[in-house]
Ligand binder design. Structure first.
Ligand SMILES: Nc1ncnc2c1ncn2[C@@H]1O[C@H](COP(=O)(O)OP(=O)(O)OP(=O)(O)O)[C@@H](O)[C@H]1O
Ligand SMILES: [Mg+2]
Length: 113
């Protein structure tokens, strides 16, 4: 099992979720509103003649724990659906998962996803 953590543009969340559903991915998901910065360290803006940097930009973080065999399709969906083709399109982190337990039943591993 793998934990896919994707940081995306908030306005892309619905498109990404719809595309995952169409691709047959109907597992649990966690959505968190975050702020963050990437390698550009924010964006410089000018407001009323003053130059300032908006250094923490709102993003949405999606956390999904999935079967290894679903990773390829989820990556594809994210890469096709999440970008607008500019800085700040987001990032995907993938981690190994040791165990998942469904509390209601005590099921473990992929059966608990
Ligand atoms: N190395 C990192 N570690 C933790 N979080 C990160 C990292 N890189 C990006 N993020 C998170 O992802 C969000 C989006 O990052 P972003 O897409 O700007 O990455 P980037 O590396 O700057 O790529 P790009 O050049 O396309 O903008 C950031 O606001 C931050 O929340
Ligand atoms: Mg960036």
């Amino acid at each position: 099992m793998k934990h896919i953590k994707a940081v995306i543009r908030p306005e892309k969340l619905n498109d990404v979720r719809d595309a995952l559903e169409k691709a047959g991915i109907h597992r649990g998901i966690m959505i968190t509103d975050i702020v963050g910065s990437g390698i550009q360290k924010g964006i410089e803006q000018i407001w009323r003649g003053e130059r300032y940097t908006l250094d923490l930009i709102p993003k949405v973080m999606m956390d999904m724990v999935v079967k290894d065999s679903d990773v390829v399709i989820i990556k594809k969906v994210l890469l096709e659906t999440a970008p607008i083709g500019e800085f700040g399109d987001g990032k995907i982190f993938i981690y190994p998962v040791e165990e998942v337990i469904r509390i209601r039943t005590g099921e473990e591993g992929e059966a608990a996803l």
